[in-house]
Design a protein around this ligand. Structure first.
Ligand code: CUA
Length: 316
Protein backbone atom coordinates (compact mmCIF):
# COMPACT_ATOMS: atom_id res chain seq x y z
CA UNK A 1 0.00 0.00 0.00
CA UNK A 2 1.34 3.43 -0.88
CA UNK A 3 1.57 6.00 1.87
CA UNK A 4 1.15 8.93 -0.48
CA UNK A 5 -2.12 10.81 -0.35
CA UNK A 6 -4.02 9.96 -3.53
CA UNK A 7 -4.63 12.96 -5.75
CA UNK A 8 -8.34 12.28 -5.79
CA UNK A 9 -8.76 13.09 -2.11
CA UNK A 10 -9.36 16.74 -2.88
CA UNK A 11 -8.77 19.24 -0.13
CA UNK A 12 -6.69 16.86 1.99
CA UNK A 13 -5.04 17.62 4.31
CA UNK A 14 -7.30 20.55 5.14
CA UNK A 15 -5.45 23.84 5.72
CA UNK A 16 -6.22 25.03 9.22
CA UNK A 17 -5.94 28.82 8.84
CA UNK A 18 -7.47 29.33 5.40
CA UNK A 19 -11.17 30.02 6.05
CA UNK A 20 -13.58 29.63 3.12
CA UNK A 21 -16.79 30.80 4.77
CA UNK A 22 -18.19 33.24 7.35
CA UNK A 23 -18.21 30.75 10.23
CA UNK A 24 -14.61 29.67 9.80
CA UNK A 25 -13.37 33.26 9.50
CA UNK A 26 -13.96 34.26 13.15
CA UNK A 27 -12.40 31.01 14.34
CA UNK A 28 -9.23 31.76 12.37
CA UNK A 29 -9.17 35.32 13.78
CA UNK A 30 -9.52 34.01 17.34
CA UNK A 31 -6.68 31.59 16.66
CA UNK A 32 -4.43 34.45 15.49
CA UNK A 33 -5.41 36.70 18.43
CA UNK A 34 -4.63 33.91 20.90
CA UNK A 35 -1.33 33.22 19.15
CA UNK A 36 -0.29 36.89 19.19
CA UNK A 37 -1.31 37.36 22.84
CA UNK A 38 0.58 34.21 23.73
CA UNK A 39 3.65 35.49 21.90
CA UNK A 40 3.51 38.83 23.75
CA UNK A 41 3.20 37.08 27.12
CA UNK A 42 6.12 34.82 26.19
CA UNK A 43 8.32 37.84 25.40
CA UNK A 44 7.36 39.58 28.68
CA UNK A 45 8.12 36.44 30.69
CA UNK A 46 11.47 35.96 28.93
CA UNK A 47 12.46 39.58 29.61
CA UNK A 48 11.53 39.17 33.29
CA UNK A 49 13.49 35.93 33.42
CA UNK A 50 16.49 37.66 31.82
CA UNK A 51 16.36 40.47 34.38
CA UNK A 52 16.07 37.96 37.23
CA UNK A 53 19.06 35.96 36.00
CA UNK A 54 21.39 38.57 34.60
CA UNK A 55 20.04 41.99 35.68
CA UNK A 56 21.93 44.38 37.90
CA UNK A 57 20.71 44.97 41.43
CA UNK A 58 19.30 48.34 40.32
CA UNK A 59 17.27 46.75 37.51
CA UNK A 60 15.94 44.01 39.77
CA UNK A 61 14.75 46.62 42.25
CA UNK A 62 13.12 48.58 39.45
CA UNK A 63 11.03 45.73 37.97
CA UNK A 64 10.92 43.15 40.75
CA UNK A 65 9.41 42.98 44.21
CA UNK A 66 5.99 42.26 45.59
CA UNK A 67 4.32 44.73 43.25
CA UNK A 68 5.40 42.63 40.26
CA UNK A 69 3.83 39.54 41.77
CA UNK A 70 0.51 41.31 42.26
CA UNK A 71 0.45 42.93 38.85
CA UNK A 72 2.22 40.38 36.67
CA UNK A 73 1.13 37.26 38.51
CA UNK A 74 -2.49 38.10 39.28
CA UNK A 75 -4.00 41.28 37.82
CA UNK A 76 -2.55 40.92 34.31
CA UNK A 77 -3.56 37.27 33.76
CA UNK A 78 -7.05 37.82 35.20
CA UNK A 79 -7.71 40.83 32.98
CA UNK A 80 -6.16 39.34 29.83
CA UNK A 81 -7.63 35.85 30.14
CA UNK A 82 -11.10 37.16 31.03
CA UNK A 83 -10.94 39.56 28.12
CA UNK A 84 -9.87 36.83 25.72
CA UNK A 85 -12.59 34.48 26.99
CA UNK A 86 -15.36 37.05 26.54
CA UNK A 87 -13.99 38.05 23.14
CA UNK A 88 -13.65 34.44 21.97
CA UNK A 89 -17.12 33.40 23.14
CA UNK A 90 -18.67 36.46 21.50
CA UNK A 91 -16.95 35.92 18.17
CA UNK A 92 -17.71 32.21 17.97
CA UNK A 93 -21.25 32.21 19.44
CA UNK A 94 -23.03 32.39 16.03
CA UNK A 95 -21.18 29.23 14.98
CA UNK A 96 -22.74 27.04 17.67
CA UNK A 97 -26.23 28.60 18.17
CA UNK A 98 -29.29 26.32 18.01
CA UNK A 99 -30.94 26.17 14.56
CA UNK A 100 -33.30 28.97 13.58
CA UNK A 101 -36.48 28.65 11.49
CA UNK A 102 -35.79 27.99 7.84
CA UNK A 103 -32.18 26.92 8.26
CA UNK A 104 -31.14 23.71 6.54
CA UNK A 105 -30.31 20.98 9.08
CA UNK A 106 -28.18 17.86 8.78
CA UNK A 107 -27.66 15.34 11.57
CA UNK A 108 -24.17 13.87 11.75
CA UNK A 109 -23.66 11.05 14.25
CA UNK A 110 -20.15 9.99 15.16
CA UNK A 111 -19.70 6.22 15.17
CA UNK A 112 -16.54 4.19 15.73
CA UNK A 113 -15.04 5.07 13.11
CA UNK A 114 -17.27 6.71 10.54
CA UNK A 115 -20.01 9.32 10.30
CA UNK A 116 -23.73 8.59 9.94
CA UNK A 117 -25.44 11.42 8.05
CA UNK A 118 -29.16 12.23 7.83
CA UNK A 119 -30.75 15.26 6.18
CA UNK A 120 -33.62 16.65 8.25
CA UNK A 121 -36.89 18.21 7.10
CA UNK A 122 -38.48 21.31 8.67
CA UNK A 123 -39.92 19.23 11.51
CA UNK A 124 -36.54 17.69 12.27
CA UNK A 125 -37.45 14.27 10.81
CA UNK A 126 -34.72 12.33 9.08
CA UNK A 127 -35.08 12.16 5.30
CA UNK A 128 -32.14 11.23 3.07
CA UNK A 129 -29.43 9.04 4.66
CA UNK A 130 -25.79 9.21 3.71
CA UNK A 131 -22.40 8.58 5.27
CA UNK A 132 -19.03 10.24 5.66
CA UNK A 133 -19.88 13.33 3.64
CA UNK A 134 -22.31 16.22 3.77
CA UNK A 135 -23.53 18.10 0.71
CA UNK A 136 -24.49 21.74 1.12
CA UNK A 137 -25.53 24.59 -1.15
CA UNK A 138 -23.01 27.45 -1.36
CA UNK A 139 -23.67 30.80 0.29
CA UNK A 140 -26.18 29.49 2.83
CA UNK A 141 -25.66 28.60 6.47
CA UNK A 142 -26.27 24.92 7.22
CA UNK A 143 -26.72 23.69 10.78
CA UNK A 144 -25.02 20.40 11.58
CA UNK A 145 -26.59 18.62 14.57
CA UNK A 146 -23.81 16.65 16.18
CA UNK A 147 -24.50 13.44 18.07
CA UNK A 148 -22.54 10.38 19.05
CA UNK A 149 -23.51 6.72 19.03
CA UNK A 150 -20.69 5.54 21.28
CA UNK A 151 -17.76 7.65 22.52
CA UNK A 152 -16.73 11.30 22.17
CA UNK A 153 -15.79 12.30 18.63
CA UNK A 154 -15.21 15.78 17.28
CA UNK A 155 -16.08 17.04 13.83
CA UNK A 156 -13.65 19.53 12.32
CA UNK A 157 -13.83 21.01 8.84
CA UNK A 158 -11.29 23.79 9.36
CA UNK A 159 -12.08 25.81 6.22
CA UNK A 160 -15.82 25.96 6.94
CA UNK A 161 -16.42 26.00 10.70
CA UNK A 162 -15.21 25.45 14.21
CA UNK A 163 -14.19 22.13 15.70
CA UNK A 164 -17.10 20.81 17.78
CA UNK A 165 -17.33 17.76 20.01
CA UNK A 166 -19.93 14.99 19.58
CA UNK A 167 -20.84 13.84 23.05
CA UNK A 168 -22.97 10.76 23.84
CA UNK A 169 -26.41 11.78 25.16
CA UNK A 170 -26.03 15.38 24.03
CA UNK A 171 -26.70 17.38 20.88
CA UNK A 172 -24.30 20.12 19.83
CA UNK A 173 -24.70 22.46 16.89
CA UNK A 174 -22.22 23.68 14.34
CA UNK A 175 -22.90 26.07 11.49
CA UNK A 176 -21.12 25.68 8.20
CA UNK A 177 -21.12 27.86 5.15
CA UNK A 178 -19.01 27.69 2.01
CA UNK A 179 -18.59 30.81 -0.09
CA UNK A 180 -17.68 28.89 -3.23
CA UNK A 181 -18.33 25.40 -4.63
CA UNK A 182 -15.76 22.76 -3.85
CA UNK A 183 -14.72 19.86 -1.68
CA UNK A 184 -13.65 20.60 1.88
CA UNK A 185 -11.94 17.96 3.98
CA UNK A 186 -12.56 17.28 7.63
CA UNK A 187 -11.30 15.00 10.34
CA UNK A 188 -12.32 13.51 13.68
CA UNK A 189 -10.45 15.69 16.15
CA UNK A 190 -11.03 13.82 19.40
CA UNK A 191 -9.23 10.57 20.07
CA UNK A 192 -11.92 7.86 19.89
CA UNK A 193 -9.82 4.71 19.99
CA UNK A 194 -8.49 2.39 17.28
CA UNK A 195 -8.43 3.97 13.83
CA UNK A 196 -9.35 7.48 15.07
CA UNK A 197 -6.70 8.97 12.78
CA UNK A 198 -8.46 7.35 9.80
CA UNK A 199 -11.86 8.92 10.55
CA UNK A 200 -12.01 11.52 7.81
CA UNK A 201 -14.92 13.53 6.46
CA UNK A 202 -15.84 15.52 3.37
CA UNK A 203 -18.12 18.48 2.75
CA UNK A 204 -19.19 19.02 -0.85
CA UNK A 205 -20.47 22.52 -1.56
CA UNK A 206 -22.66 22.75 -4.66
CA UNK A 207 -23.69 25.75 -6.72
CA UNK A 208 -27.37 26.30 -5.89
CA UNK A 209 -29.09 24.42 -8.72
CA UNK A 210 -26.63 21.51 -8.50
CA UNK A 211 -27.51 20.99 -4.87
CA UNK A 212 -31.21 20.44 -5.62
CA UNK A 213 -30.27 18.01 -8.40
CA UNK A 214 -28.04 16.10 -5.99
CA UNK A 215 -30.71 16.01 -3.29
CA UNK A 216 -33.40 14.72 -5.69
CA UNK A 217 -31.08 11.96 -6.91
CA UNK A 218 -30.14 11.04 -3.36
CA UNK A 219 -33.77 10.79 -2.26
CA UNK A 220 -34.56 8.24 -4.98
CA UNK A 221 -34.13 4.51 -4.27
CA UNK A 222 -31.15 2.64 -5.66
CA UNK A 223 -31.04 1.93 -9.38
CA UNK A 224 -28.17 -0.54 -9.81
CA UNK A 225 -27.13 -1.65 -13.26
CA UNK A 226 -24.33 -4.22 -12.70
CA UNK A 227 -26.56 -6.91 -11.25
CA UNK A 228 -24.26 -9.92 -11.13
CA UNK A 229 -22.67 -8.30 -8.05
CA UNK A 230 -26.05 -8.09 -6.32
CA UNK A 231 -26.02 -11.87 -5.87
CA UNK A 232 -22.55 -11.69 -4.27
CA UNK A 233 -23.79 -8.90 -2.00
CA UNK A 234 -26.72 -11.04 -0.88
CA UNK A 235 -24.75 -14.28 -0.49
CA UNK A 236 -22.04 -12.57 1.56
CA UNK A 237 -24.58 -11.22 4.04
CA UNK A 238 -23.66 -7.57 3.40
CA UNK A 239 -27.32 -6.60 3.88
CA UNK A 240 -27.13 -7.53 7.57
CA UNK A 241 -25.09 -4.37 8.22
CA UNK A 242 -25.88 -2.14 5.24
CA UNK A 243 -29.07 -0.71 3.77
CA UNK A 244 -29.65 -0.29 0.05
CA UNK A 245 -33.06 1.34 -0.29
CA UNK A 246 -35.18 -0.42 -2.90
CA UNK A 247 -33.56 -3.80 -2.19
CA UNK A 248 -33.79 -6.35 0.63
CA UNK A 249 -30.65 -5.02 2.29
CA UNK A 250 -31.77 -3.19 5.43
CA UNK A 251 -28.95 -3.45 8.00
CA UNK A 252 -28.30 -0.43 10.19
CA UNK A 253 -24.90 -1.15 11.76
CA UNK A 254 -22.84 0.24 8.87
CA UNK A 255 -23.16 3.05 6.34
CA UNK A 256 -26.24 3.24 4.09
CA UNK A 257 -25.06 2.19 0.63
CA UNK A 258 -28.07 3.32 -1.45
CA UNK A 259 -25.90 5.78 -3.40
CA UNK A 260 -22.44 4.67 -2.34
CA UNK A 261 -21.16 4.88 -5.91
CA UNK A 262 -21.65 8.65 -5.90
CA UNK A 263 -19.55 9.26 -2.78
CA UNK A 264 -16.17 10.99 -2.83
CA UNK A 265 -14.37 8.55 -0.55
CA UNK A 266 -14.41 5.07 0.97
CA UNK A 267 -13.59 4.01 4.52
CA UNK A 268 -14.59 7.45 5.90
CA UNK A 269 -12.46 9.89 3.96
CA UNK A 270 -9.39 7.72 3.52
CA UNK A 271 -9.58 6.27 -0.01
CA UNK A 272 -10.76 7.72 -3.31
CA UNK A 273 -13.94 5.93 -4.38
CA UNK A 274 -13.61 3.78 -7.49
CA UNK A 275 -14.09 0.11 -8.34
CA UNK A 276 -10.46 -0.76 -7.61
CA UNK A 277 -10.42 0.77 -4.12
CA UNK A 278 -13.88 -0.68 -3.46
CA UNK A 279 -12.70 -4.22 -4.25
CA UNK A 280 -9.58 -3.68 -2.13
CA UNK A 281 -11.60 -2.29 0.76
CA UNK A 282 -13.98 -5.28 0.81
CA UNK A 283 -11.18 -7.84 0.51
CA UNK A 284 -8.89 -6.27 3.13
CA UNK A 285 -10.61 -3.53 5.05
CA UNK A 286 -8.81 -4.67 8.22
CA UNK A 287 -5.45 -4.21 6.50
CA UNK A 288 -6.40 -0.75 5.22
CA UNK A 289 -8.04 0.51 8.44
CA UNK A 290 -7.04 -1.87 11.25
CA UNK A 291 -9.66 -2.32 13.95
CA UNK A 292 -12.59 -0.88 12.01
CA UNK A 293 -15.88 -2.78 12.28
CA UNK A 294 -16.09 -3.93 8.67
CA UNK A 295 -14.64 -7.45 8.43
CA UNK A 296 -12.29 -8.29 5.57
CA UNK A 297 -13.66 -10.75 2.99
CA UNK A 298 -10.59 -12.65 1.77
CA UNK A 299 -12.86 -15.56 0.80
CA UNK A 300 -14.26 -13.72 -2.20
CA UNK A 301 -12.69 -14.60 -5.55
CA UNK A 302 -11.36 -11.98 -7.91
CA UNK A 303 -14.41 -12.28 -10.13
CA UNK A 304 -16.76 -11.95 -7.18
CA UNK A 305 -14.90 -8.87 -5.91
CA UNK A 306 -14.99 -7.27 -9.36
CA UNK A 307 -18.72 -7.97 -9.73
CA UNK A 308 -19.44 -6.67 -6.23
CA UNK A 309 -17.38 -3.52 -6.80
CA UNK A 310 -19.13 -2.92 -10.13
CA UNK A 311 -22.53 -3.36 -8.47
CA UNK A 312 -21.74 -0.93 -5.66
CA UNK A 313 -20.20 1.55 -8.10
CA UNK A 314 -23.42 1.47 -10.13
CA UNK A 315 -25.34 2.72 -7.05
CA UNK A 316 -24.95 6.29 -8.21
CU1 CUA B 1 -13.88 9.63 16.04
CU2 CUA B 1 -11.72 10.28 16.73
Amino acid sequence: MTTETPDMLVGWPPPVLDPAGPFAGPVAIVAWVLFIMGAIVLVVVLVALGVALFGTRKWKRRVGGERLVWIGGLAFPVVVLTGLLIYGLGVTAPVSDAPRDGEMRVRVTGEMWWWRVAYLDDQGRETVQDANEVHIPVGRPVVIELESADVIHSLWIPRLGGKTDMIPGRRNFMRLQADSPGVYAGQCAEYCGGPHALMGFVVVAHADGDFETWRAKQAAPAAPSALSGAAVFGASGCGACHTIRGTEANGLAGPDLTHVGSRQTLGAGILPNNQGTMAGWIADSQGIKPGNRMPSYPVLTGTELRDLAAYLDSLQ
